[in-house]
Design a binder for this molecule. Structure first.
Ligand code: BGC
Length: 832
């Protein structure tokens, strides 16, 4: 490992300890002040506004380069929506959290810093640390947990890792963005205790433990004030109380008020070029509505960030030398296996490797793996290892069969498998201006992200064209998503021409997330390539605040009779020793921009599992979903393995785990309900613009316990391939010392979880909560003792009337547990 963080070599000077890091901070701070002093008002105001979708303007006069930002959180997409510049795709944040290992999150962060540097990105728009308040939250997969402590611990590891690589993070979305419905305007109404003890807690922990260089303020309001203007939460809490000294960027298009935002502590309005900052901000200063010192404060924060990432001349970067290179594919595979949660295993796993044993792999997602969730978190990996690829590579020839069984998509989605597409931009005369390859049928060009030679002013049409090699014979459906005039042709035959008008939806990303429209069907033959072409007339973008082109060519393969597909799978399962059924959600179920309506697996997947389990007692179900789904057949199958969105190497990791080369290392970061109705919060639709967090402190396991409800699988649950005996627990007010023994036959890793449960509580509190945890590793028969620090905060509640955090003394039961539902040892502790 090279130099990863500022060194802390100490020298004594005049009785005060001064570190190299302090000295570097001082040099940076001097450089920032010097640069600030040279800027005029207009340049300062301009520096606070995006110059395009992803960057701030360079100011050559002060030696400042353009600062580049990019999503986040499972990879670094870069500034273009293209597969030409692929990115490592790590498992979903839910998977990373399921590993319960801040050190692993830190390694993920270092890899992402490496990716960011490779792509010229200075700021990663991640991590997402909103909470799993309701399983219906559309971006649940992109957040870590229902528990604020676990979220803070994983988020801190991630931020530390990214920043050790010299790249900034923006912890998001500050705060109360725990669902997607009406996300631009919703007022999240949250009482002081849940706001502090749950929703702000991860942000606070990350500020304390990882000193993030940035934060992103959310679209929504909290208690009546838009977050970009929330002077109380931003200036008073985040900055003054917690000591955050990074920059504050708006979520994309969240900044809506020049004076409100700058006075509310928002430093940067993204994206540009048209924003409420820039010229309007300079005017507001000249009109006396905003003091110039507020602009200076924001510029100072931006310059400090620029200095840290090494793009301000004369200021030393926070990390002079990047850490040693990391193998991204290997890390993606390791994290995937570490995050897989084996929630049930009746002896079926690991698979018996005996000679001649056969496996029937079943499910559409086994072949077309769903490795990441939709929305701004999307990246384009160089390769995707599906479960079919992974198992084909790992099993002997002839040991594996595959059947689709059930196809959950059933809906048009961007043209993908079998398509080779490019986009051709033409002017009004039909002359070609520029061309670019497309990863899928989805065109998403924002700002300057256009094929070389193309420009908004001259571009009249865009043709998505190329070949399609059908995998199946039958009727193929084609469609469009997006607003505007289209013409569709397949095999040289014009099939449809028409215009899609704006619907009622106010979300500016409607063209990206909106409903698909079928336009034509055509019979095609497997293995016979056809030409496809979708021409889009470019609308006049001159008056738009953000120039963008977003539309998609959609496709849906022949829909086979569902009963027939299931029957085929049943035959395959009957003939094999083990059936592995991969069930999945789809892009239309889990994505940014909308919430879920239910937790059911789409299509006939439940019927498929039941039918397969009825003929094969060794049925293993692999759940490929970023967040909870109902598994009504869970007691009727031999094993259930949750693999989340497992990232690009998911199929390889699946083979590792199924065959026992790796242990499924995950523990649930969130409670899995048996049914949606059992979940504590099932309402994510605001009423008259307000979403009241009525449940107060009672989300996740806190709520199940309060109601005596039993989930399908409790928080913290997960089986490895070995067993653990908890032997001793000693607790003080600051530590829990736990001794465990690996009583199984394989080496393994146990996540020792420590919960506090107040005895005879005088204040309203959950019955118990996670106070701390630690991972331990041991070989068969080996014992390990671990000392786990209990944070002081675990004993505190927020008391607004008393002016803040209050320690609640009294008697606590300290629980050493395998999960929230499986306490192994208890100790009694009296604290003052
Ligand atoms: C998302 C952010 C993201 C930003 C830029 C927004 O719609 O909410 O999480 O970083 O877009 O893509």
């Amino acid at each position: 490992m090279g130099a990863t963080a500022p060194r802390t070599h100490r020298t004594q000077r005049g009785g005060t300890a001064v570190t190299d890091a302090d000295q570097a901070d001082q040099v940076r701070s001097d450089a920032v002040e010097a640069a600030l002093g040279k800027l005029d008002l207009d340049t300062k105001a301009r520096l606070l506004a995006g110059q395009d979708m992803w960057s701030l303007p360079a100011v050559p006069g002060i030696g400042l380069k353009s600062l580049v930002m990019s999503d986040g959180p499972i990879g670094v997409r870069g500034v273009r929506w293209t597969a030409d510049d692929p990115s490592i795709a790590l498992p979903s944040p839910t998977a990373l959290a399921a590993a319960w290992d801040p050190a692993l999150a830190r390694r993920a962060g270092r890899l992402l810093a490496q990716e960011a540097r490779r792509k010229g990105v200075h700021v990663l728009l991640a991590p997402t640390v909103n909470l799993h308040r309701s399983p219906l939250g559309g971006r649940h997969f992109e957040c870590y947990s229902e528990d604020p402590y676990l979220t803070g611990a994983i988020g801190s590891g991630y931020v530390n890792g990214v920043q050790e690589g010299g790249v900034a993070t923006t912890v998001k979305h500050f705060v109360g963005n725990d669902a997607e419905t009406e996300r631009f305007t919703v007022d999240s109404v949250i009482a002081p205790r849940p706001l502090r003890e749950l929703y702000l807690a991860p942000f606070e922990a990350i500020v304390a433990n990882a000193h993030p260089w940035g934060i992103m303020t959310a679209y929504n309001q909290v208690n009546g004030t838009t977050m970009t203007e929330h002077t109380h939460l931003v200036n008073e809490v985040l900055r003054a109380e917690w000591g955050f000294e990074g920059y504050n960027v708006s979520d994309w298009m969240a900044a809506r008020s020049t004076t409100g935002d700058i006075l509310g502590g928002l430093d940067v309005a993204m994206p540009g070029p048209t924003t409420v900052y820039g010229a309007p901000l300079a005017e507001a200063v000249r009109a006396g509505e905003v003091p110039e010192s507020a602009v200076d404060d924001a510029v100072r924060n931006v310059l400090r960030l620029a200095a840290r990432v090494g793009i301000l001349e004369g200021a030393p970067a926070a990390v002079a030398e990047p850490p040693a290179p990391i193998d991204g594919q290997a890390l993606a595979r390791e994290i995937a296996a570490r995050g897989f949660v084996l929630v049930r295993n009746e002896g079926a796993l690991p698979l018996d490797p005996g000679a001649g044993r056969t496996v029937a792999l079943i499910g559409a997602a086994a072949r077309d793996a769903r490795v990441l969730g939709g929305g701004s978190a999307t990246v384009f990996p160089e390769r995707v290892v599906s479960p079919l690829d992974g198992l084909t590579g790992a099993l002997p020839d002839g040991a594996l069969t595959f059947a689709v069984g059930a196809d959950p998509s059933g809906e048009l989605s961007p043209a993908d498998k079998g398509f080779q597409l490019r986009a051709i931009c033409r002017d009004a005369s039909g002359a070609v201006l520029g061309e670019g390859s497309l990863p899928t049928g989805q065109v998403q060009w924002i700002g300057d992200d256009l094929p070389e030679g193309a420009a908004y002013e001259t571009m009249a049409s865009i043709e998505v064209t190329g070949t399609f090699l059908p995998r199946e014979s039958g009727e193929h459906a084609f469609g469009t998503r997006g607003l505007g005039a289209f013409a569709l042709a397949v095999g040289g035959r014009p099939l449809w021409e028409g215009v899609q008008q704006m619907g009622d939806e106010a979300d500016p990303f409607e063209a990206f997330f909106g409903a698909p429209s079928e336009r034509a069907r055509i019979a095609l033959t497997a293995g016979e390539p056809v030409e496809v072409s979708l021409t889009f007339q470019v609308p006049d973008t001159s008056a738009l605040p953000l120039k963008a082109i977003m539309f998609s060519l959609l496709h849906l393969g022949p829909q086979r009779d569902a009963d027939e597909l299931i029957a085929e799978a049943v035959e395959a399962a009957r003939a094999a020793d083990t059936a592995v059924v991969v069930v999945a959600t789809t892009e239309r179920v889990e994505s940014e921009g909308f919430d879920r309506k239910d937790l059911a697996l789409p299509g006939r997947q439940d019927d498929l599992v039941r039918a397969v389990a009825a003929v094969n007692p060794n049925t293993v179900v692999v759940v490929n979903a970023g967040s909870p789904v109902e598994l009504p057949w869970r007691e009727d199958v031999a094993a259930v393995l949750l693999t989340w969105f497992p990232g690009q190497e998911g199929g390889a990791a699946l083979a590792d785990v199924l065959l026992g080369d790796a242990e499924p290392g995950g523990r649930l970061p969130t409670t899995w309900p048996a049914e949606l109705a059992d979940a504590p919060v099932t309402e994510v639709t605001p009423a008259e613009g307000r979403l009241e967090y009525r449940e107060g402190l009672f989300i996740g396991y806190r709520a199940y316990e309060a109601r005596g409800a039993v989930p399908a699988f409790p928080f913290g649950h997960g089986l490895g391939y070995t067993d653990w005996a908890y032997e001793s627990l000693e607790a003080t007010a600051t530590t829990a010392r736990v001794r465990v023994t690996n009583t199984g036959t394989r080496p393994g890793r146990e996540v020792v979880q420590v919960y506090l449960a107040p005895v005879a509580d005088a204040v309203e509190r959950p019955a118990s909560w996670l106070a701390a945890f630690a991972g331990v590793e041991a070989g068969p028969g080996e014992s390990v003792e671990v000392e786990i620090a209990l944070p002081a905060r675990a004993f505190e509640i927020w008391d607004e009337a008393a002016g803040g955090w209050q320690r609640v003394g009294g008697t606590y039961e300290v629980r050493a547990a395998h999960s929230h539902g499986d306490t192994r040892l208890t100790a009694t502790l009296d604290v003052a």
